[in-house]
Design a protein around this ligand. Structure first.
Ligand SMILES: Nc1ncnc2c1ncn2[C@@H]1O[C@H](COP(=O)(O)OP(=O)(O)OP(=O)(O)O)[C@@H](O)[C@H]1O
Length: 671
């Protein structure tokens, strides 16, 4: 029967649909409805006065739909479950496939039969062809979130409904269906219903994000957002990267915001997307290396990137690949993966290294604590990180602590953390210590031989009881972590000198891996080429090393080991203009090792240009007031005891360490 209100509805729709809608503007809901009415009348030839029964598909058709979207459906189901849990009063939650067929629903049964009558049930098809303008069908057409409230529905029979819908995209940008919240006894205005609209949109992004994380779980994922605190729990802006930092996937929000066209609010996906195959550094003002370094060295609130599209500063966090090998960088799609590739990449053809890496591969995940011994710069931390990345804990934190560089007064609070009110001037809420931060992952204790004795006792308890007692706390906190430690010192000798606890030694040194100095490695040319490649990638030019330079690099003794080599190559790359690195582009001490033998060694990047151009010995050694000379003399006098040297110079130990690195001062290996 055609009642008065139906007649009014009919007249209104016909009047509005008599003229085409203006071009679509972002977020203009009225415009979307106008377009749909126009379509329903002029293309689908529907009658707005009708009250058609819901179009319900057969059980076979429904199971085909479910099968087709299989994996995605599971993710989306979890999403609608969450949505309903968050807001059970919000309405009836429907999930449809890309054709508008309801494949899942969740809601209260208090509306009884009216749900079925209104078509809010599995199998109902809400495509505009059958249901005219409505939240689901119109969302399928426009691929954007929208509200269809009361008489915005096309058919008079649907005007008691209010629907909020958002499109669902899978990880590669395929349109998969619609998330819809419908209510029968509906609020009277849009305003009342905006919570449902917000939640629908929010959960559509959560579903897309979860599907994205799942699909790209073998890639590195860069998460971006405006609030660092929320990055881990909800972010819709994500990029998947291969090992070279090339973008292999992006969420729709990332495409919108980083794709270079901020005015474009419509998602564009897949290969047509403006981000596909671009390098991260074109999209954000940072290279993958810088992002990985930032994750290592900066606290969560300090990790920022600048977007090139609109100059926004965003917080960043990185999720490592979950199930495949990690190399410290994203894995290429084309690369054959092995669980140990992070370790495999550390060496070329050197017998000692091959042996060492073979041991490392066997030791990870075997509950054996690894101690790495090696001269400074041999790559102890690099090896520890590779062990972590090759272990089951790879997706969790890797926390590196340099026990020698932390000021003695801070080691305890940094390692163990403290509770609120423990220190005047400390953080109001207390602070989680580094040990707790490594929970679930790996704690790397570098220069463990420099840890003060009283802290060794506390560390022992952490290792044996697997729990930590923050300063000021009365209860222990359980921790689950792998500890890898390292030192350039001989810990057994320190035990004999009473400087290291024997019981701690046995806890830490389940297996000792000796990293050979670079000068003894047979794979020097391999390491040189790899580092050159890494360093030149950052600069965008890749000169080759001419024979004269290679000869010097192979002959040099490398007291600062791989670190010194890296610095030397950086120096050469900065100096050279042409396609080749020649002898004259290398730092002074490498060209004239005899002259530099008593010199600062390893300070390639800090050399003044005149040192590099002349044959005179380094200024540092000839000038008694030079801070490098003073520091070296003080260290020698104190038999390379950092604490004693720091006390004499009136500095803290971390400053001494910093200066040693700055001046390239390397302790002799026999101490
Ligand atoms: N196998 C390697 N491949 C590439 N780079 C390496 C390798 N080993 C070390 N490096 C580089 O050498 C530098 C020093 O490495 P790392 O900090 O791991 O050395 P370390 O032995 O822990 O030094 P220290 O004892 O001074 O703390 C880093 O810049 C690192 O990138």
């Amino acid at each position: 029967m055609f009642v008065r209100s139906d007649r009014d509805h009919f007249d209104r729709v016909m009047k509005v649909a008599a003229t085409p809608a203006p071009p679509l503007k972002t977020g203009d809901n009225q415009n979307i409805i106008h377009r749909s009415w126009f379509r329903c009348i002029n293309e689908l030839h529907l009658n707005p006065g009708e009250k058609p029964a819901p179009h319900v598909e057969t059980a076979d058709r429904l199971s085909q739909s479910c099968e087709r979207i299989g994996d995605f459906l599971n993710v989306a189901r979890a999403g609608i479950g969450q949505l309903f849990k968050q807001a059970p009063d919000v309405g009836y939650v429907l999930l449809t496939d890309a054709d508008g067929v309801v494949v899942d629903s969740l809601g209260t049964d208090c509306w009884g039969d009216s749900l079925g009558e209104a078509g809010l049930l599995a199998g109902a098809n809400w495509h505009e062809t059958y249901a005219g303008t409505n939240g689901i069908g119109t969302c399928i057409h426009e691929r954007t979130a929208l509200t269809c409230h009361h008489d915005e529905h096309f058919f008079a029979g649907n005007i008691s409904l209010s629907c909020d819908s958002a499109p669902l995209f899978d990880a590669t940008g395929n349109f998969m269906g619609v998330l819809n919240v419908s209510a029968l006894p509906t609020p009277t205005s849009h305003g009342n219903y905006s919570l449902a609209a917000y939640l629908t949109m929010f959960y559509s992004q959560v579903i897309e994000g979860a599907s994205f994380m799942r699909h790209f779980r073998d890639c590195w994922i860069l998460r971006l957002g405006t609030a660092s605190e929320l990055l881990e729990v909800c972010t819709d802006m994500m990029l998947a990267l291969d090992r070279d930092g090339t973008i292999v996937g992006a969420t729709s929000t990332a495409l919108r915001q980083l794709g270079g066209d901020p005015s474009n609010s419509q998602p564009q996906h897949g290969n047509a997307s403006s981000l596909a195959d671009r390098h991260l550094s074109e999209v954000c003002s940072c290279t993958p290396d810088e992002v990985w370094n930032m994750m290592r060295t900066q606290s969560t609130s300090e990790r920022h990137v600048l977007t090139t599209a609109d100059g926004q500063i965003l917080c960043a966090s990185v999720v490592a690949p979950r199930t495949v090998a990690r190399t410290g960088k994203p894995q290429s799609r084309a690369t054959t993966r092995s669980d140990y590739s992070a370790l495999n990449e550390l060496a070329g053809d050197d017998q000692r290294m091959t042996h060492l890496l073979d041991h490392a591969r066997r030791l990870v995940d075997k509950q054996v604590s690894i101690f790495v011994r090696g001269e400074t710069g041999t790559g102890k931390e690099v090896l520890a990180r590779a062990c972590h990345l090759s272990s089951e804990r790879a997706g969790k934190a890797f926390i590196a602590v340099n026990c020698a560089a932390l000021p003695e007064t801070l080691i305890e609070s940094e390692l163990f953390g403290y509770t609120a009110g423990t220190f005047t001037g400390g953080r109001g809420k207390g602070k989680k210590g580094l040990i707790q931060q490594a929970d679930g992952g790996t704690l790397f204790l570098d220069e463990i031989g420099d840890m003060p004795l009283h802290l060794q006792t506390r560390l022992l308890r952490v290792l044996s009881e697997r729990e930590v007692l923050p300063l000021g706390a009365s209860t222990h906190v359980p921790v689950d972590l792998t500890v890898i430690s390292a030192s350039h010192r001989d810990l057994r000798k320190l035990i004999l000198e009473g400087l290291f606890r024997e019981d701690l030694f046995y806890r830490l040194c389940g297996a000792t891996l000796f990293l050979p100095p670079l000068r003894d490695r047979q794979d020097r040319s391999h390491i040189i080429s790899r580092l050159l490649e890494q360093e030149s990638q950052k600069l965008g030019n890749c000169p080759h090393i001419a024979d004269d330079a290679m000869e010097l690099l192979m002959r040099y003794q490398w007291p600062g080991n791989v670190r010194e080599l890296r610095n030397a190559l950086r120096f050469a790359l900065a100096i050279t203009d042409g396609p080749s690195i020649h002898a004259e582009h290398l730092p002074f001490e490498i060209r004239f090792p005899g002259a530099a033998a008593s010199g600062a060694g390893g300070s390639a990047l800090l050399d003044a240009p005149q040192l590099w151009e002349t044959h005179s010995p380094p200024l540092a050694e000839t000038d008694a007031n030079d801070p490098a000379v003073k520091l070296r003399a003080c260290l020698r006098q104190n038999k390379w005891n950092i604490t004693a040297a720091a006390a004499e110079l009136g500095l803290c130990r971390s400053s001494v360490y910093r200066q040693m690195r700055r001046f390239g001062i390397v302790p002799p290996t026999h101490i």
